[in-house]
Ligand binder design. Structure first.
Ligand code: SAM
Length: 269
C-alpha cells in the first residue's frame, strides 16, 4: 500500500463509520492523531498501520481510530442562547397542556459539557422537587469522549464559564490530589443517560423527545448525509418539537419537515 492509498483508506473508513469527510488537507491531522496508535504497536509507517487495520486488527482498534479522528471540542454553556431558549420558550410552549414530563436528547454530547449544561438549566427552571420529571439522553460515537462524560470530572480551568452559584450547587470540589478538579453532583448525573450511538446508523431506542440538541457535528457531514440525519432526528421529535443545531450550521435547502424560527433553531412542522 502506498502513502496515498493509506490516507484514502483512512478517509474512506471515517466516512463509512461516522459520515465525516476528512479532506486531503487533513493528512497532517491524520498522521498526528494516529501517531500514538502506531507507536503503541511499534509501527513506523501509515501504510503498515492501515494493513494492520485491514488484516489483523479487530473492532477495538477501529474504535481507537474513530476516537482519535473525531473532534470532541466542547465547553460548558457553549452557545448559551440555546439553553435560554430551551427553558424560556421551547419547553413552556410544549408543556402548556401536557403532564409535567419531557425528554431532551443531546445527540453528539462529546465529553458531557452539553448535557450537563442542559441539566443545570432544567434544574433551575423545571425543578424535580416541584413535580417535574425529565430525563436527558446523551449520545456520541466516541467511546473515549463518553467515558469522560460519565466520569463527570472536569479540571477547574474548564469550568470558568459556569456561574459561581451553579458551581456551588451542582459541583463538588476535589480535595488533595484532586484539588484542580470538580465533579458534577449526583443530583445532575442521575438525570443523564449516556449511550454510544452512531447518528448515521439505526437507533436502537424508541423514545421521542421534546427537544434535540444536535450541535457542531453536522458541520463535518456533506449535504446528503445531513439531510438523512435530520430526517432521522425529525422522526424522534414529538409534534412541534425543537431541533437546535450549532451556530455555524444551517439546514436551509434540506428537504426536511422543519421550519426555521431563528438561525440554528428549528421546529417540527
Ligand atoms: C465538536 S463535538 C460537539 C459537542 C457538542 N455538541 C457541542 O456543540 O459542544 C462533535 C462530536 O460529534 C461526535 N460525532 C462525530 N461523528 C458522529 C457520528 N456519526 N455519530 C455520533 N456522534 C458523532 C464526535 O465524537 C464529537 O464528540
Amino acid at each position: 500500500m502506498t502513502e496515498t492509498e493509506a490516507f484514502d483508506y483512512i478517509i474512506a473508513l471515517i466516512y463509512e463509520r461516522c459520515g465525516i469527510r476528512l479532506h486531503d488537507g487533513k493528512h497532517h491531522l491524520i498522521r498526528a492523531r494516529l501517531g500514538k496508535r502506531m507507536r503503541h504497536y511499534g509501527i513506523n509507517s501509515l501504510p503498515e498501520y492501515c494493513e494492520f487495520l485491514q488484516n489483523k486488527a479487530g473492532e477495538d482498534e477501529i474504535t481507537h481510530v474513530v476516537d482519535a479522528l473525531t473532534t470532541n471540542f466542547t465547553h460548558f454553556m457553549r452557545e448559551e442562547d440555546h439553553f435560554k431558549f430551551l427553558v424560556s420558550q421551547a419547553l413552556p410552549t410544549l408543556m402548556e397542556k401536557q403532564p409535567k414530563r419531557f425528554k431532551v436528547w443531546s445527540a453528539a454530547c462529546a465529553s458531557g459539557e452539553e448535557p450537563y449544561t442542559i441539566a443545570f438549566y432544567l434544574m433551575e427552571h423545571f425543578a424535580t422537587m416541584n413535580g417535574w420529571d425529565w430525563q436527558i439522553l446523551a449520545t456520541d460515537i466516541s467511546t473515549k469522549a463518553l467515558s469522560k462524560a460519565q466520569q463527570a470530572i472536569y479540571p477547574n480551568d474548564r469550568l470558568e464559564s459556569v456561574p459561581p452559584e451553579w458551581m456551588r450547587k451542582y459541583f463538588q470540589r476535589g480535595i488533595n490530589a484532586w484539588a484542580d478538579y470538580c465533579r458534577v453532583k449526583k443530583t445532575i448525573t442521575e438525570r443523564v443517560r449516556f449511550k454510544q450511538l452512531n447518528l448515521l446508523g439505526t437507533y436502537d431506542f424508541n423514545d421521542s423527545f421534546e427537544v434535540i440538541f444536535c450541535r457542531n457535528v453536522m458541520i463535518y457531514f456533506d449535504r446528503p448525509t445531513q439531510e438523512h440525519l435530520v430526517g432521522q432526528l425529525c422522526r424522534r421529535l414529538v409534534p412541534n418539537g425543537y431541533l437546535l443545531v450549532g451556530h455555524a450550521e444551517s439546514l436551509t435547502g434540506l428537504n426536511v419537515p422543519l421550519r426555521c424560527l431563528k438561525p440554528s433553531i428549528y421546529q417540527k412542522q
